[in-house]
Design a protein around this ligand. Structure first.
Ligand code: FES
Ligand code: FES
Length: 160
């Protein structure tokens, strides 16, 4: 690839097939936010340490600040905008509201996606398993207890 040339990629984003032309160095997080208008994915540290940029790639949590968009051809990416149909929320999202799982909200998209991934694998995780699942997601506001409570409430169907 010569300098300045773009790479065509075709991938599924939130259930829609998309074709993008991306610079070789474009980060997935920037492709999502700037090319696709999906601003729910946050930019925090850009070094893989905070989890704010978490998305699901083929159903698994990934740091979108550590992934080149050019490597995403043929993959399936889910962002916070794609978890539920427009105008509705998942059980995890509803539980974040009822359990006060967020304050400033900067970490929330990443937290929700990490918990969605966990609950897709384990229907009734313990609090310890929830804490393990969100260990790579930093929150400056909540002290984490309300986030764990939200995950457990969603798992128990308390908010269904
Ligand atoms: S912005 Fe990607 S981990 Fe912090
Ligand atoms: S709610 Fe503010 S960083 Fe988590």
């Amino acid at each position: 690839v010569s300098a300045g040339s773009k790479i065509p990629i075709s991938l599924e984003i939130n259930g829609s097939q998309r074709t993008l032309e991306v610079e070789p160095g474009l980060l997935l997080v920037d492709a999502l936010r700037e090319r696709c208008g999906l601003n729910g994915t946050r930019v925090g540290c850009l070094t893989g340490d905070c989890g704010a940029c978490t998305v699901l790639v083929d159903g698994e949590t990934r740091r979108s600040c550590l992934i080149l968009a050019a490597s995403m051809s043929g993959r399936t990416v889910t962002t916070i905008e794609g978890l539920a149909p427009a105008g509705s929320l998942t059980a995890v999202q509803r539980a974040f509201c009822s359990e006060h799982g967020f304050q400033c909200g900067y970490c929330t998209a990443g937290m929700v996606l990490a918990i969605e991934e966990l609950l897709a694998r384990e229907k009734s995780p313990s609090a310890a398993r929830v804490r393990e699942a969100i260990a790579g997601n930093l929150c400056r506001c909540t002290g984490y207890d309300s986030i764990v409570a939200a995950a457990l409430a969603a798992a128990s169907g308390a908010d269904a």
